[in-house]
Design a protein around this ligand. Structure first.
Ligand code: ADP
Length: 267
């Protein structure tokens, strides 16, 4: 999965990253589904240990163009996981109160505590994406945010938070297909938003904003992964595997009992 990780200061042209990639599985969805089922089980076990261990905090950031599958990842990758230790925080257009504070205020309130996994469905990166594309604040302000975000994430890392960031990378054609599905399928029409079509017209501007974000904010302490996301099953597989690798690298342990409990009699 390392090939999807963005290196420090790497120049990014998203056209060179294949959104259709299914790598080793060569489109063998059936084989992949068995593998995904084993990942789901593994993730469940690791999360149980992570929660019990309670020494670490995990923050997972999901970003991507409209229809890229952020909701789908949350539904599928975490389907077997105990909801007790996992929380989703979604970031929409800031409320009046949020807008009257600095842009990281609402973000900081949602970061994970010990033993907790928090998934950001959109994030502080909107403040260098939609905000940059639409110039919602002056350039003098948003241009400082890359470094501010790096420092903010560094502080979280130094305080014990592991951070993984995923860009769900879909092609413009795939987005068209998904928007058509949303328009035509009565079970998906509630998600159809005409404003998404206006954002689609700004595809190139968003692409540029994403590339700059990836170049400037993939750090040792909070790396970005560019996930091929045209095939939903492969997207889930990549994300599942990166999270599992990350959890395995923490050296999780179930806490030991404070005394020899085996000798305690239970009547
Ligand atoms: P979804 O995440 O499912 O697409 P919505 O359709 O409600 O949910 O979209 C959320 C919207 O909020 C997006 O258009 C996103 O760009 C916008 N948004 C999120 N954060 C900010 C921000 N900091 N400033 C302006 N708009 C934002």
């Amino acid at each position: 999965m390392k090939k999807y990780r963005v290196s420090l200061n790497e120049k990014i042209d998203l056209d060179e990253w294949d959104a259709d990639d299914t790598s080793g599985f060569k489109g063998n969805k059936e084989k992949a589904e068995k593998y995904i089922a084993s990942l789901t089980e593994e993730l469940d076990c690791l999360q149980d240990k992570f929660y019990a261990d309670s020494r670490f905090k995990l923050l997972i950031v999901l970003q991507g163009m409209d229809t890229s599958g952020k909701d789908g990842v949350i539904r599928h990758v975490f389907e077997g996981v105990d909801p007790l230790g996992v929380r989703v925080a979604s970031f929409k257009v800031p409320t009046k109160e949020e807008f009257s504070h600095d842009y990281l205020w609402r973000i900081h309130k949602q970061v994970p505590g010990n033993g907790e996994i928090v998934i950001f469905n959109r994030s502080h990166y909107e403040d260098v994406l939609v905000v940059r594309v639409h110039n919602l604040v002056p350039q003098e302000k948003w241009s400082l945010r890359y470094e501010q975000i790096n420092q903010f994430e560094k502080m979280l890392y130094e305080e014990g938070t592991t951070i993984i960031k995923f860009l769900l990378h879909i092609s413009k054609d795939e987005q068209r297909q998904r928007l058509l599905d949303r328009r035509n399928d009565p079970t998906k029409q509630w998600k159809f938003n005409v404003d998404d079509l206006k954002e689609r017209e700004l595809w190139q501007e968003y692409k540029k904003a994403y590339e700059i974000m990836l170049e400037k904010t993939s750090t040792e302490w909070a790396p970005w992964y560019i996930v091929p996301a045209n095939h939903k099953w492969y997207r889930n597989l990549v994300i599942g595997e990166v999270i599992i690798d990350t959890l395995q690298s923490l050296g999780l342990e179930y806490p030991k009992p404070v005394e020899d409990i085996k000798s305690i009699e239970i009547i």
